[in-house]
Design a protein around this ligand. Structure first.
Ligand code: ARG
Length: 577
């Protein structure tokens, strides 16, 4: 149940009945303070201003048309014309029963599903995935899961970088190893080293660099032997990515890979179409688009270069082809790009130009979802202790080891096997959750101690909270299927928990609308805290039968919500830890 939507509809209807223009928004929000009730409608003042009438007087008229008796026991006007809504306990109890008996925790799928392209992860295949890919990968995946849960049709697009001049160098190095009869698969098991070695040859060895350039030309003209070599490389590199996705518990698969090279055949068309629209200008031999929108205060425009002198295409050209594909072929309603904030200008330009050129129209919403950088404690982008880029797989291994040691010290009686499993689940979750719980647009500092802490807004805290609530229900030694009867809301802590529980859907919607999983993290963290206060104040197992049944169901609803919420974030839970 989405109370916010329900209240918005009812209050809006009352506003219109009281003389407001159609579609006047009621602007219902969760109240910031208990004395303002559970929800507050802020739309009255804006409408009253338009109608040139006194907002409080208009609020009175709205209240006359508003009937919320089924769900609220107090509706009052406050301040200049806010409407405060106090939900009633009987309704909250009923909602808890609905939640309790529904697979989906009473969250309906959307009535109008959208086709949503989600462009995320997208590493460059010349190298191994590193810490810089963490954010796009885990934030994108949480948004994908939430969109799918609400019933949207999601098309994952892993726009991996598999094309460009650096592949000439890598292929030349593969060729050299082959001619020396060295084990190529061995050498490719560590792409970082492979890249470094290839680069060294390229920089130091004239014949090698000539060969590398030749191979770029051959690759571009589609010479079969060269393509075969390149395919081998790409395949192995994608296998590395898939191992990392598996470790991370990320839902991307091979079928979701839509590499840059997939657009190769369309790039000349892009140039021709831009040309036909008169958008292209030659600048020192390169083909560029100058858009007025991107002029600085001196009138200088940062151009979008779409074809280099000599004919090569660029990152931007491929992205233009991708927009067109997403609009014309996939027919997406939305395309979300989870890419580093440093590419904001790039996407701004691509989206603006796409609309000018007719590669996209009003039916598609193009949304760059930028994110900040993962920083080290020194205030610079996060590096390993030796100063290199931190490989994502190595980072995850370290997380698992650290979590294992931590839980082993807390649970000396557990078997090695169980400890390893908890270490894996908690370690990976800690890294993911530390990222997901921060506002996407800011930088954050990578810190092992805070992310692995059992206190605060962390994965271990929430996973532990889940296993604790689950164990309370388990200890009741009741078959949950038989756990029935009214859920009655009496104590203030029961009420606080019931209100929090019905707000789950609103948090999920923030994730899908704004591409911001940290709202869901904050929600789950607050939910766990609200449960703990309830548990302290309201004994469960010691209460008499009816009360015990009711409270147990509240505990069960909390457990289900924590579990589902964490799963939408791509975080596993454990029954015991
Ligand atoms: N491979 C690019 C990079 O590593 C990210 C691609 C993002 N997606 C896109 N459609 N440009 O920076």
């Amino acid at each position: 149940m989405n109370i916010q939507t329900l209240l918005n509809q009812r209050i809006q209807a009352a506003m219109v009945a009281a003389g407001a223009p159609e579609e006047s928004p009621a602007l219902v929000r969760q109240s910031a303070k208990v004395q303002f009730g559970d929800y507050q409608a802020n739309g009255i003042m804006g409408v009253a201003k338009k109608l040139k009438t006194n907002p409080r007087a208009f609020a009175e008229q709205v209240l006359e048309k508003l009937d919320l008796t089924d769900l609220a026991d107090k509706v009052e006007i406050a301040g200049p014309g806010f409407i405060n809504i106090f939900l009633n306990n009987a309704w909250l109890g009923k909602e808890q029963n609905n939640l309790r008996t529904s697979e989906r925790l009473d969250i309906a799928t959307v009535s109008q599903p959208e086709t949503v392209v989600v462009d995320y992860s997208a590493p460059n295949l010349a190298k191994e995935m590193h810490v810089g890919h963490l954010r796009s990968t885990v934030i994108g995946d949480a948004v994908v899961r939430s969109l799918e849960f609400l019933g949207h049709n999601v098309v994952r697009q892993n726009h991996v970088g598999d094309w460009g001049t650096q592949f000439g160098m890598l292929l030349a190095y593969m060729e050299r190893l082959r001619s020396e009869n060295s084990e190529i698969s061995m050498a490719l098991s560590d792409l970082e080293t492979f890249y470094r070695e290839a680069k060294k040859c390229f920089d130091d060895d004239e014949a090698f660099s000539v060969r590398a350039r030749e191979l770029v030309v051959q690759l571009q003209s589609g010479a079969p032997e060269c393509i075969a070599l390149w395919n081998d490389f790409i395949n192995i590199s994608l296998e590395h990515c898939e191992e990392t996705y598996q470790m991370l518990g990320v839902s991307l698969e091979r079928k979701d890979v839509m590499p840059e090279s997939a657009y190769n055949d369309d790039l000349q068309n892009v140039i021709n179409d831009l040309d036909a629209k008169g958008l292209i200008k030659e600048d020192q031999g390169a083909k560029c688009v100058f858009l007025e929108e991107f002029a600085n205060k001196d009138g200088e425009i940062t151009p979008i270069i779409v074809q280099k002198t000599g004919g090569g295409f660029l990152y931007a050209t491929t992205d233009l082809a991708a927009v067109r594909h997403r609009h014309k072929v996939i027919k997406a309603d939305r395309a979300l790009y989870f890419v580093d904030a440093r590419q904001s200008l790039h996407f701004d330009q691509i989206f603006t130009l796409s609309r000018k050129a007719g590669f996209a129209d009003d039916s598609i919403s193009l949304e760059h979802m930028p994110f900040g950088t993962v920083m080290g404690s020194d205030g610079k982008p996060f590096k390993t202790r030796s100063g290199g880029v931190a490989k994502l797989s190595a980072l995850l291994e370290e997380a698992q080891e650290r979590a294992y040691k931590l839980v082993a010290s807390k649970n000396p009686e557990m078997s090695e096997e169980e400890l390893r499993n908890i270490g894996r689940v908690v370690g990976v979750a800690s890294v993911k959750y530390a990222d997901l719980s921060k506002n996407r647009t800011s930088d954050y500092v990578f810190n092992w101690d805070t992310m692995l802490s059992f206190e605060g807004n962390t994965a271990p805290y929430l996973q532990y909270a889940y296993s604790r609530v689950a164990s309370i229900v388990r200890n009741a030694e009741i078959d949950v299927a038989e756990l029935q009867g009214e859920i009655s809301i009496v104590e203030s802590q029961e009420r606080a928990l019931a209100v929090k529980l019905v707000q789950f859907e609103e948090a999920v919607q923030q994730v899908t609308n704004e591409g911001m999983p940290h709202f869901l993290c904050a929600y789950l963290y607050e939910l766990a805290g609200t449960f703990m206060s309830f548990y302290e104040a309201c004994p469960i197992l010691k209460a008499e039968e009816e009360v015990k049944n009711s409270r147990l169901q509240l505990a069960l609803n909390t457990a289900s919500t924590l579990k589902l919420g964490l799963s939408l974030l791509g975080i596993e839970t454990l029954e015991r830890m």
